[in-house]
Design a protein. Structure first.
Length: 172
């Protein structure tokens, strides 16, 4: 039973990651074909719901590469830099928002992925320990695993974001 719980919890985590941050993560990593081109009309520093700075967003007209799709106004979420009005950017679309390779966006989506994975990983390890020892006495130990996984997700997101920002500045 415990081993089944471990496998199921990791499967649920994988599915949630595939559905929620996965498409955004693929877009900011530049995986897959470019969906279209965006002509920038303006960029601004965005804020989150609490008023904290949340990167640079740009608005502009999106022209899809696929024939027959209409042009439309979209937002470039967490842009790599402030783009000049009139410049064009190759973008990948996810849920109505444009994405480009960006260190800040990559750090954000790696963090979200880790924050989803952390609780399920702790739960899976707890189930595995319970199956190994045929007891439910290990559950309290894995609260620390959960906390460590969440902290590791935050640190990893920051490190990946910084390294991606440096790589894009040097080679992008």
């Amino acid at each position: 039973m415990g081993l089944t719980g471990a496998v199921v919890s990791l499967a649920v985590a994988g599915w949630l990651i595939w559905v929620l941050p996965g498409p955004h993560l693929a877009a900011v990593l530049g995986i897959g074909p470019v969906d279209g081109v965006m002509r920038i009309s303006g960029c601004y520093e965005s804020t989150d719901a609490q008023g904290y700075q949340d990167g640079t967003d740009c608005t502009g007209m999106y022209t899809p590469r696929a024939a027959g799709e209409p042009r439309r106004e979209v937002m470039l979420d967490k842009a790599a830099r402030t783009h000049e009005p009139g410049s064009t950017v190759d973008v990948r679309m996810v849920r109505g928002r444009a994405h480009e390779p960006s260190g800040y966006a990559l750090g954000t989506w790696v963090t979200v992925t880790g924050l989803i994975l952390g609780p399920f990983l702790a739960l899976s390890l707890s189930f595995r320990a319970c199956a190994r020892d045929a007891t439910w006495s290990h559950n309290g130990d894995y609260v620390l695993v959960f906390i460590a996984a969440e902290i590791a997700a935050l640190v990893l997101g920051v490190l990946v974001g910084i390294l991606a920002w440096i790589a894009l500045a040097l080679f992008g």
